[in-house]
Design a protein around this ligand. Structure first.
Ligand code: NAD
Length: 480
């Protein structure tokens, strides 16, 4: 049992609310500990600590901030096996994915921003003949970072690293569904000597703790990753207060396979894009569109590869598909499979829970599911399912597939498989999404802008975009 504590003003403490929620391991359905359900009083304490820490942290210099962040990264890297175990236990994802993607990427996020800040530069303008303007970027103050459950520490550090590097102090709230690694991370911050109050981590439910945090009058900015509906709610709360807001929201991403693709690569990449992390990545390609001339051959190869994926105990190195994150989410995914059938969809693969034995008999496992015969504009093809469920459909022409691809309210990512470079550029330019991958999926360079169009979000993370978000420009004009 791991009872989680808040991290406020450099200390691990129980919530003043004295309220707790159960932490359930999705692979077994068993309770593994308790999580504080922090109240506005706890939020207040965290914000006060962050306010007190701000002047020193903001003015100690990029070099000093960089050193501490690098130390945290080193300690996290050393503890990678324990963190990967915890992430797998808490989220249901495979230990392999947690060890090779989630935790290494969290280390990378910290190192990336610890060093990026050393290369940040300001602007200067000589106003001929009589003035000099220079533009300074000042940290905003106390900011809120709110992250989801699908890539818990990966996305948590993706927000706090640039905020801390830029000189802000932070009150962060990880998802109440997967709080374990953020709690362990607090211990590492203490060990690394991060000054008290610079980072505060409070736990609790979104509508309770999260809302109290975004509404707090001394929070200058909110960086949020999560569902579109939650993003809308947060935007409505903070807009009248003119707080800065960054929103990374849902997706329903097209995966487009042209007849001139490298078929083997397209099949392999599409299986990864469909079922990695049980399909619970905002960037997953959940709508597969295949040119009619290769539809049958692609489908056969894709189904064979997807059918070979082993579903089971996330700790087993041979397993590629673990548990989905919670009982509630499990039922949501199954209800979408029902809906797809009511909408006329034909289940080609899966379409049902997977019943395991022994310790895992009460876990939340769903078979990789592939559905065809659905129109592009039905609910199954328009709404985010966020599970191991994809649809597959044929298309005849580029204009037709662009219509399908751009038909949803989302615009996060897209993947195109083609060996024709001209086509790759032409189609990429016409897709309405913040990210387009050609002949690859989830190939990330942390310097590039990351974010979505339409209802997939507002603003961009990544590279200096995130540093710009957590700072505000001030222009100083000097008459010579
Ligand atoms: P969610 O919106 O339910 O929760 C995200 C976070 O917001 C959690 O920490 C939650 O406690 C908090 N929250 C919920 N209600 C709140 C409120 N009223 N005020 C303040 N905070 C609140 O999302 P989720 O179910 O945890 O994550 C899945 C969603 O996240 C999917 O839609 C997925 O596409 C999206 N996502 C997007 C990206 C991206 O980069 N665009 C990345 C990962 C996940």
């Amino acid at each position: 049992m791991q009872d989680i504590l808040n991290y406020i003003n450099g200390q691990l403490i129980q919530p003043k609310s004295n309220l707790y929620i159960d932490n359930i391991a999705p692979a077994t359905g068993k309770k593994i500990g308790s999580i504080p359900n922090s109240s506005a009083i706890d939020v207040n304490l965290a914000v006060e600590a962050a306010q007190a820490a701000f002047p020193t942290w903001a003015s100690c210099g990029a070099d000093q901030r960089s050193k501490i962040l690098l130390k945290i990264a080193d300690l996290l890297e050393k503890a990678l096996p324990e963190f990967a175990q915890a992430e797998s236990l808490d989220n249901g994802k495979t230990l392999k994915l947690a060890s090779t993607v989630d935790i290494p990427r969290a280390v990378h996020n910290l190192r990336f921003y610890a060093t990026a800040i050393l290369h940040a530069h300001d602007e200067a303008y000589y106003t001929e003949p009589h003035a000099l303007n220079y533009t300074r970027r000042e940290p905003l103050g106390v900011v809120a970072c709110i992250s989801p459950w699908n890539l818990p520490l990966y996305l948590f550090t993706w927000k706090i690293a640039p905020a801390l590097a830029a000189g802000c102090t932070v009150v962060a709230k990880p998802s109440e569904v997967t709080p374990l690694t953020a709690f362990m991370f607090a211990k590492i911050c203490i060990e690394a000597g991060l000054p008290a109050g610079v980072l505060n981590i409070i736990h609790g439910e979104g509508a309770h703790t999260g809302q109290a945090l975004v509404e707090h009058p001394d929070i200058e900015a909110v960086s949020f990753t999560g569902g579109t509906h939650t993003g809308q709610r947060i935007a409505a709360l903070v807009a009248p207060k003119f707080k800065k807001l960054s929103l990374e929201l849902g997706g329903k991403n097209p995966n487009i396979v042209f007849e001139d693709c490298d078929l083997e690569k397209a099949v392999k990449g599409s299986v990864l894009a469909s079922f990695s992390n049980q399909g619970q990545i905002c960037l997953c390609g959940s709508r597969i569109m295949v040119h009619q001339s290769i539809y049958e051959v692609f489908k056969e190869k894709f189904l064979a590869k997807a059918a070979a994926l082993q579903v089971g105990n996330p700790q087993d190195p041979h397993v590629q598909v673990g548990a989905v994150v919670s009982e509630g989410h499990y039922h949501k995914i199954l209800s979408y499979i029902d809906l797809a059938q009511k909408e006329g969809g034909k289940i080609l693969l899966g379409g049902m829970p997977v019943q395991l034995e022994g310790d895992y008999s009460k876990g939340f496992f769903i078979a990789p599911t592939v559905i065809e015969n659905l129109p592009y504009d039905c609910r199954t093809n328009q709404e985010e399912i966020f599970g191991p469920v994809v649809t597959i459909m044929p298309f005849e022409s580029e204009s037709e597939v662009l219509k399908y691809a751009n038909s949803t309210k989302y615009g996060l990512a897209a993947t195109i498989w083609t060996e024709n470079l001209t086509r790759a550029h032409r189609v990429a330019h016409q897709i309405k999404s913040g990210i387009v991958w050609v002949n690859c999926w989830l190939l990330r360079d942390l310097r590039t802008p990351f974010g979505g169009m339409k209802e997939s979000g507002v603003g961009r993370e990544g590279g200096f975009e995130a540093i710009r978000f957590f700072t505000e420009e001030k222009n100083i004009c000097i008459k010579l």
